[in-house]
Design a protein around this ligand. Structure first.
Ligand SMILES: CC(C)(COP(=O)(O)OP(=O)(O)OC[C@H]1O[C@@H](n2cnc3c(N)ncnc32)[C@H](O)[C@@H]1OP(=O)(O)O)[C@@H](O)C(=O)NCCC(=O)NCCS
Length: 81
């Protein structure tokens, strides 16, 4: 899932079925999301990754993403059931 808020583009929920990982599906999804965001005039794409998910950071490192030092804060507006 990708979204453009008029300021930045965001990627969410990237995943490939565990039985199909390593076949280029994740790379193709990211490339297509970047293409569609750029076509909307989006200047930058970013995403949140759990800090202990090193393999996903490495996946994005290899695709020219730069790790950034930011914290995330949040508040549920609807109870998590
Ligand atoms: C991150 C994820 C989407 C990558 O999808 P994918 O289809 O496996 O990605 P690709 O095949 O395009 O590339 C996988 C990379 O891992 C390597 N790889 C090789 N075998 C692999 C395997 N069996 N499983 C995973 N990755 C493998 C590939 O070589 C490639 O690295 P490189 O191109 O940088 O050298 C997938 O691992 C995933 O669904 N992870 C769990 C969900 C998750 O944590 N999503 C991130 C939320 S922020």
């Amino acid at each position: 899932m990708a979204g453009y808020d008029g300021h930045r583009g965001w990627l969410y929920y990237l995943a490939a079925d565990p039985s199909r990982r390593g076949e280029g599906i994740g790379s193709a999804l990211v490339a297509e999301a970047e293409r569609r965001l750029a076509a909307l005039g989006c200047p930058k794409v970013q995403l949140m990754v759990r800090s202990d998910n090193e393999s996903v950071f490495a996946f994005y490192d290899a695709r020219a993403y730069t790790r950034e030092s930011v914290g995330v804060t949040g508040k549920r507006l609807v109870a998590d059931v």
